[in-house]
Design a protein around this ligand. Structure first.
Ligand SMILES: [Zn+2]
Length: 268
């Protein structure tokens, strides 16, 4: 679809699985097992969905999937990683905007010790890079040092400070509830929600993940985003939902809380 000056579409890079309980924090299983059925090991299926924005002489990729090279066989088996990559000519990508440096978002930015996209400028929030270098023990396993080390050493990593128009029409919306220094990316009406709203089920404001570092803060950030998005007609883009790439913002007809609305086609 057209979003501002860019043509945007979803780019599926693969699938993986995480524990359903961890994905839904304090939400009881009876409330999520229908929408996200768990396997025999209680894992639910997750997409690794990037966004490609083309226009203004640029080809911008938002997040880079999990990649393959940075994983050991043990983790690959545990997370049931199926990585097929973005299927794009790596040399054609001019910019890679990383929402944060967790492995399932930034792993694909590096391949065998080199930036995967040789001509691209990489963008991440400065505070997220600092956080990746000094992670707390709870999320340490999610930050793979080789990713940020390679990007930083390449001289192609640009650091963003807070809310910013990173590139013309590409807006960073900072968010600290999931991890310190994450950024959502808005292109026209399309908001790439990263781990603020990973699945359609998480449009419900109190539905947070066990992984979130500051769930109370995340709830406030999500409410603010949905209220502004509702006013301005934003489309929510989901990185991890296995079946819905994007949807409108809607309200429960009886109780009035936010829910996922009509799906929006993002394949082309
Ligand atoms: Zn994350």
């Amino acid at each position: 679809m057209q979003a501002g000056p860019y043509r945007v579409r979803a780019v599926e890079t693969g699938r993986f699985r995480l524990d359903g309980g961890a994905m839904f924090g304090t939400v009881p299983k009876v409330l999520w097992e229908k929408s996200n059925p768990p396997d025999a090991r209680n894992r639910i299926e997750l997409a690794l969905r990037c966004l490609l924005a083309e226009g203004e002489g640029r080809r911008i990729l938002v997040d880079a999937g999990v990649g393959g090279a940075t994983f050991g066989p043990k983790e690959a088996e545990m997370y049931a990683v199926e990585d097929k990559g973005p299927g794009l000519d790596p040399a054609s990508i001019t910019d890679v905007v990383l929402t944060h440096l967790h492995f399932d978002h930034a792993g694909g930015a590096v391949t065998q010790g080199r930036p995967t996209f040789p001509n691209a400028t990489y963008w991440v929030q400065r505070r997220n890079l600092e956080n990746a270098k000094h992670p707390n023990e709870r999320e340490k396993a999610s930050y793979l040092p080789q990713t940020w080390q390679v990007l930083e050493a390449s001289g192609r990593l640009n650091l963003v400070d807070g809310p910013a128009e990173i590139l013309p029409g590409i807006h960073a919306i900072p968010s600290d509830g999931h991890t310190v220094g994450m950024q959502l990316v808005r292109v026209g009406p399309v908001v790439y929600c990263a781990d603020l709203i990973p699945l359609t089920a998480h449009v419900r404001v109190p539905f947070t993940m066990g992984y979130d570092i500051h769930p109370g803060l995340l709830i406030e950030e999500k409410r603010r985003l949905l209220e502004q998005g509702e006013k301005e007609g934003w489309i929510l883009f989901f990185e991890h939902d296995p079946s819905v790439a994007a949807c409108r913002i809607a309200r429960d007809k009886v109780r009035g809380h936010f829910v996922a609305g009509t799906p929006v086609e993002m394949a082309a």
